[in-house]
Design a protein around this ligand. Structure first.
Ligand code: HEM
Length: 151
């Protein structure tokens, strides 16, 4: 829903006249896929602005490129060749962070999911949260305020 690369692909050049749905695309046209617009279109995703991860339990959506409602790695012959590695790496980071720390929002900084469009999609406001190690006996010792990246 928040594609890290909002403009999915680098520019593509139509080398022949062609049609995409009802749209005629003449040869020589440069085109880009705006994945951000697709994932924020309420005709495609009900209430796209809401953080509702359970939507993926209700509707099984393939993310490897065969379902164009959500294709963070692109699709077709130029699909990301690192998609399996990317998924495994992100899942490993996330699992390790959740396994080793308990996370809470910072009292002083509310979670703000606003986005800032750059070459990649960044958070407008840094995500500030507190991490408590799960391994300490009290489990209450504050380790750090973790500041994510923002614009
Ligand atoms: C979460 C991690 C990743 C995301 C979200 C991602 C996303 C993307 C996207 C959207 C494209 C453009 C696809 C298109 O044009 O249709 C792409 C292309 C590409 N990615 Fe990734 N990628 C990730 C990880 C990786 C990794 C780990 C590697 C290599 C080890 C990699 C290598 C490439 C290459 C070489 C291309 C260009 C493919 C081509 O133009 O033929 N990516 N990636």
């Amino acid at each position: 829903m928040h594609p890290p690369g909002p403009l999915l692909s680098w520019a593509r050049l139509a080398i022949h006249d062609t049609c995409v749905g009802p749209h005629f695309v003449p040869a020589g046209t440069t085109a880009m896929v705006n994945m951000w617009a697709i994932t924020h279109d309420d005709k495609v995703w009900p209430e796209p602005g809401k953080f509702r991860p359970e939507r993926f339990l209700e509707d099984d959506v393939a993310i490897m490129g065969s379902d164009l409602r959500l294709a963070p790695f692109g699709s077709g012959r130029r699909v990301c060749p690192g998609k399996a590695m990317g998924l495994a790496t992100v899942q490993l980071w996330l699992a390790q962070l959740l396994h080793n720390f308990e996370w809470t929002a910072s009292h002083n900084h509310a979670v703000d999911l606003s986005e800032c469009l750059k070459l990649s999609m960044e958070m407008k406001q840094p995500l500030i949260c507190k991490a408590f190690p799960r391994t300490t006996s009290t489990n209450q010792e504050r380790v750090s305020d973790f500041g994510g990246f923002g614009c």
